[in-house]
Design a binder for this molecule. Sequence first.
Ligand code: NCD
Ligand code: ZN
Length: 362
Amino acid sequence: MTDAPSRLTLRRPDDWHVHLRDGAMLHAVLPATARVFGRAIVMPNLKPPITRVDQAIAYRDRILEALPEGVQFTPLMTVYLTDDLSPAVVEKGFLEGVWTAAKLYPANATTNSAAGVTDLVALAPVLAAMEALGMPLLVHGEVTDPDVDIFDREAVFIERHLIALRERHPRLKVVLEHITTAQAVDYVASEGPILAATITPHHLHLNRNAVFAGGLRSDFYCLPVVKRETHRRALVKAATSGDPSFFLGTDSAPHPRAGKESACGCAGIFNALHALESYATLFEKEGALDRLEAFASESGPRFYGLPLNEGSVTLERSHQQVPERLEGPFKALPDGSTLDSHQAPVLFHGGELLPWRVTEVS
Ligand code: NCD
Ligand code: ZN
């Protein structure tokens, strides 16, 4: 048996699914993502959602303005599909290099998705345009029918909608986002390379018992909800398999603490601050550290048809205690507003010791 490594250097990774939010929250959370990841696919579920080219350009500018000095980071923007978005707008934003992909939220499936799509068949003209352009469709794959059990919503979405959608658009590149089930793993593994999936750190670490361990743990509530242990195992196997159809997407989704810890708490886990350490910890447990680079830094850009990053990140084996919540000081906006420390999001792995630490990024 070889000794466990004390350092690990990887090509600089990308995050293929992140919520950077806006305003004070953007200023508070962006540094965590931008420090480690070279690029990120930025979710468009703001209020109002990003449905126009000018909105996406303005949002991208706000992200670039909020970047800490000297940090190299490229936000890859997305457009939020609605029932009445025209194919011409989707095409224009893509051809002008404003957005990289389109996000499909079934209406009311998750946070800020009320303006999402109600009829996937009617979306055909937009999807046909994307198929012709080679523009990826990013799917929140859950049905919203109240009669479908929440733990089955992903598997039912694949059966009832995704298979048919992909038969109608066989050349469309699709990413099934933040997968949570063995059914999603099997479907994606059998349909690559035109179909891929992102996997989050929290779905790799948690099963549904965690949400109820010792009380109701709103910190572990996200959508799609974490599933039973057999599904978590299937995700771990897929992520660490080296199959290029599975790659890194944190779905880091910060909410003010008050929004999570209320009578009706928000869905979303904020993991950006220790995301790479979180994945490394899991890959090491599986004896698959040698496959982390493919998952984090290679398979995503290859799917999107983008160059691999040039830089690198180094992780060192050095225990770090994760704070309970994001600590300031938070950079104030030009209007003087900042994120109040009571509003600061709770951190994934808060209070735990993680065995890895990112020490260098170049
Ligand atoms: C996300 C959010 O808060 O925007 N929440 C979540 O639980 N993942 C939305 C999403 O990606 O579903
Ligand atoms: Zn998300």
